[in-house]
Design a protein around this ligand. Structure first.
Ligand code: UDP
Length: 321
């Protein structure tokens, strides 16, 4: 099979490329290397079944040409990271909405299946945990920049599901819950690579807010296996799936875990949200996926717990230093 990965040089895309190549498939990647990086995929470029095209998803004729060559499309190209969303909201909204429009529009012309990656951010401030796919999405007002990301991803979801319904295009939507693992950069705000780097550099480890907010961290290896499996399950099309791990940990406990495993002498420092992001920043207190839908359909079970993930990230960061 030939797969097209938009945003394939990013963190998730590089792991998915690796999996697909290991399975013997061909992988085409379209990436503008804005947040993706050559270091993520350097080891794949020697493979004759791998082809990287460096360009933006806004180049519609090129996207059309690559979609035409592929059997299945993973649409991963998107703005990522809370820092980027707060600093470049126009780019975030345009990349997420226009990029997805171009992919779906061209995939529909050729009837190519598309998996669209969305985010657990779409659940927003919903207070009923765990979050299941049919729950309400509770977003804040448009005056608060953070919500632009969730809103743009929700538009992507509506588009994907509408293409399925109206144009009979096989589409799948996945909502990723804090995917982590080796090669993820902390540059755009992601907490685990930041904590690990801070600990290895001698600290302090910066916990934003009171640290009592919690997240569930999904190992990238588990996540990419789930994405590939979904595209091979005909009943997955036309549906939305949570993907991640359902074990919850507070950010303060994550900081302690990283400290204990990476550098017990590193100090933990609490930084108010206003200073970390921008005035009026709203964070989510809890975010836990209900994984019953994906478990029932493809038997999905996360394999790595947070301790093993932290160890893998620490080992990777040590090797890069
Ligand atoms: N966070 C933190 N310190 C950091 C970066 C992030 O305490 O250096 C917090 C952030 O405020 C949030 C959680 O860690 O509560 C997860 O942040 P991330 O940006 O990784 O993902 P999010 O779940 O917010 O999309």
């Amino acid at each position: 099979m030939k797969y097209l990965l938009t945003g394939g040089a990013g963190f998730v895309g590089s792991h998915l490329s690796e999996l697909l190549l290991d399975e013997g498939h061909e992988v085409l990647v379209l990436d503008d290397l804005s947040t993706g990086a050559i270091e993520n995929i350097r080891h794949l470029r020697e493979n004759p079944r791998y082809r990287l095209t460096v360009d933006t998803i806004f180049n519609a004729p090129l996207a059309a040409e690559l979609i035409d060559q592929a059997d299945v499309v993973f649409h991963l190209a998107a703005s990522v990271g809370v820092f980027q969303i707060v600093e470049s909201p126009v780019r975030t909204i345009e990349t997420n909405i226009r990029g997805t429009e171009i992919v779906l529009n061209n995939a529909a012309k050729k009837g190519k299946p598309v998996l669209v990656t969305s985010t657990s951010e779409v659940y927003g401030k919903a207070s009923k945990v765990p979050f299941s796919e049919e729950d309400d999405c509770v977003l804040g007002p448009s005056s608060k920049g953070r919500w632009a990301y969730a809103a743009s991803k929700l538009v992507d979801e509506f588009l994907a599901l509408s293409y399925f319904k109206e144009k009979k295009l096989p589409t799948i939507v996945v909502r990723l819950f804090n995917t982590v693992g080796p090669r993820q950069t902390g540059r755009y705000g992601m907490v685990l690579p930041r904590f690990v780097r801070q600990a290895l550099d001698g600290g302090p480890i910066t916990v934003f807010g009171d640290g009592k907010q919690s997240r569930c961290f999904g190992f990238v290896g588990d996540v990419v296996r789930a994405l590939a499996a979904l595209t091979r399950e005909p009943r997955a099309y036309g549906q939305v799936f949570n993907v991640g791990n359902d074990r919850e940990i507070t950010i303060e406990d994550l900081a302690k875990l990283v400290r204990d495993r990476a550098n017990p002498t590193a100090r933990i420092e609490f930084v108010p949200y206003d200073r970390a992001y921008e005035a009026g920043f709203e964070d989510m207190r809890r975010r836990v996926p209900d994984l019953s839908r994906i478990r029932a359909l493809i038997g999905y079970r996360p394999t790595l717990g947070i301790e093993q993930i932290v160890d893998a990230v620490v080992a990777h960061e040590r090797a890069c230093a």
